[in-house]
Ligand binder design. Structure first.
Ligand code: CA
Ligand code: CA
Ligand code: CA
Length: 180
């Protein structure tokens, strides 16, 4: 509340009360709670599974509050990340969090990890960025590939039982702990 006074030439004073209201403008960009996030997901996981929850806050009031989260597809491995994952905005106890969830199954033998950026945007279009490092965990899903060079092995006609024909070499695309 403020008072404005005016005096006319005869000296009489008039007073007017003016109500002042401070208007909230969008002068802060939303910020993620962490400068980077890391997570893991098993390869071949079906669509719709939550991988990570990212939180962001905005110092401006509700009018300018956080609106949406998304994957930055122009940078790093963002184009690949966007193919396999998506960001979904969810309101959890009054706060809008960004949940990274699977979009379609990913093959670890194609991508063993993904590095990409995620944005958060407020209602005025100001954005905050954070980076995500996602490890794709291996499952035993690749049949061994036999090396064709080792296939042409001759067995003598009169070979005794237990005769050693040769060794077969196989290459397995899954990682070591599965390979024996
Ligand atoms: Ca803001
Ligand atoms: Ca695979
Ligand atoms: Ca595998």
């Amino acid at each position: 509340m403020a008072e404005v006074q005016a005096r006319d030439s005869a000296g009489s004073v008039g007073t007017l009360s003016v109500q002042l209201q401070v208007q909230d403008i969008n002068d802060h960009s939303p910020e993620f709670s962490a400068t980077s996030y890391s997570g893991q997901i098993q390869e071949n996981t079906i669509s719709g599974v939550s991988v990570l929850a990212l939180t962001a806050t905005d110092k401006d009031g509700p009018q300018w509050d956080v609106l949406e989260y998304g994957i930055v597809y122009e940078d790093k491995m963002g184009d690949v990340a966007q193919e396999y994952f998506r960001m979904v905005s969810q309101t959890i106890s009054g706060q809008t969090v960004g949940v990274l969830e699977t979009r379609k199954p990913i093959d670890r033998e194609l991508f063993s990890s993904l590095e990409f950026d995620v944005y958060v945007r407020d209602k005025g279009g100001r954005i905050g960025i954070t980076s995500v490092d996602l490890e794709i965990l291996d499952v035993l899903d690749s049949p061994p590939i036999f090396d064709p060079d080792f296939f042409n092995m001759a067995v003598p006609f009169d070979a005794p039982v237990g005769y050693k024909v040769g060794r077969i070499r196989a290459v397995d695309p899954d990682i070591c702990e599965w390979n024996n």
